[in-house]
Write a protein that binds this ligand. Structure first.
Ligand code: SAH
Length: 380
């Protein structure tokens, strides 16, 4: 469990406040401004944690207007992102922030991501929140009344028992530095000093440890064969869910692979046409003028390392038969961008078969040497 109040940094600034219509000088040391703003520091704290530990399943309890979820959805390690809030209106009006952008279809993630929002209370057990790597509760607990606060540790630490938990709550010791504050928000039920938070933290950590011990003992007793059983409990209502396109999905992989392959085929065809023109002029290709070391205007920024160049050069070369230009799949597989998408010849063949024309033995992509609109197998 991480304690959030270590991130508070303050700056003293001069300020006037209005009391009864008259300006009143406020002592300079008495007004503070947080730089960067505290909410940004809290979110950054979570992002740093995600960077370091690369959790797959993350839930934000009391997610409010889903700002943190929106920041987290860009992390490639996260595959399930869940937000829970008791305020249904907030979830409905902010769910759309979590949908994929157009660019995320064009350049999809490597791994799947599902984002789901639940309307419900964090103090109700819900089995869909079991097994998470990270649960965040940012500025949530101070909104819980005493009954809910009493149930919170048991549900979050005892029942959900994620691998990591981040809880942040305002540090009441700063309150005298705000102009007119007793509590910082009308909905806050309390604000704690660091000591009060520490006491609560010790209690919650004890709960977490005893739950972990119980689970470990259970696994030990059953020699790891049987998993701890929990009944299915749905207390919250799903109000929004979206799945991101990713290279794990075959249709997405196909789309990206074919697009990338056609770019490479075009580059090779242009290069071959140029080489033929040079030969016609009886100049022959220039030394080092290979497809792994092309004229800059043809590759638009693609740069290969020496090892990549060597791999490309040692693979079967593209060739012409009449007006047809053949690019062996083994050659295409050596280009890093294509190799990243698919490293196996059979797999590449089956992924591209319906979208490009293949040679009769299936070992090469075939295009017309001079027409660039003839990719589809039906045109040939
Ligand atoms: N974590 C967000 C919002 C903090 S405000 C942020 O950092 O911006 C606290 C949020 O907790 C509110 O959106 C409120 O609706 C929600 N909340 C309060 N009690 C709750 C409960 N019992 N269960 C779930 N959410 C709750």
């Amino acid at each position: 469990m991480e304690v959030g109040n270590k991130m508070e940094m303050a700056e003293n600034i001069p300020c006037n406040s209005v009391v009864g219509g008259n300006f009143k000088e406020v002592c300079l040391e008495k007004v503070i401004r947080f730089k960067p703003p505290l909410y940004k520091q809290r979110y950054q704290f979570v992002r740093d944690l995600v960077d370091r530990h690369e959790p797959k399943k993350v839930a934000d309890l009391g997610c409010g207007d889903t700002k943190l979820l929106k920041l987290l959805k860009i992390y490639p390690c996260i595959q399930l992102l869940v937000g829970v809030d008791i305020n249904e209106e907030k979830l409905h009006s902010n769910g759309h922030r979590l949908s994929p952008y157009l660019g995320e279809f064009v350049k999809p993630r490597d791994l799947d991501l599902t984002v789901t929002l639940y309307h419900g209370s964090v103090v109700e057990r819900d089995s869909r929140l079991l097994g998470f790597d990270l649960i965040t509760c940012i500025e949530l607990i101070e909104h819980l009344d005493s009954d809910d606060l009493a149930r919170f540790p048991d549900v979050v630490f005892g029942y959900l028992s994620p691998a990591m938990i981040v809880i942040s709550t305002p540090n009441a010791e700063f309150n005298p530095l705000f102009p007119t504050v007793t509590l910082r928000d009308a909905d806050h039920k309390f604000e704690w000093s660091r000591m009060e938070f520490q006491t609560c933290k010790v209690f919650m950590c004890d709960l977490l440890c005893s739950e972990r011990t119980r689970r470990a003992e259970h696994l030990g007793n059953s020699r790891g064969v049987k998993k701890l059983q929990y009944s299915v409990l749905f207390s919250a209502l799903q109000v929004y869910t979206t799945s991101y396109p990713s290279l794990q999905q075959e249709k997405v992989l196909k789309f990206v692979l074919v697009g990338e392959l056609l770019i490479q085929v075009d580059r090779l065809r242009l290069r071959h046409q140029r080489m033929l023109r040079e030969q016609e002029k009886d100049q022959g290709p220039k030394p080092g003028d290979t497809d792994s070391c092309p004229a800059p205007h043809l590759l638009l920024g693609a740069v290969f390392t020496e090892a990549e160049k060597a791999r490309i050069e040692s693979s079967p070369k593209p060739f012409c038969e009449g007006e047809k230009f053949y690019i062996p799949l083994q050659r295409l597989l050596t280009y890093p961008k294509l190799h990243r998408l698919c490293a196996d010849e059979d797999r590449m063949r089956s992924l591209i078969a319906g979208s490009v024309c293949l040679s009769s033995d299936g070992s090469a992509v075939v295009v017309d040497l001079h027409n660039s609109w003839d990719y589809g197998p039906e045109d040939n």
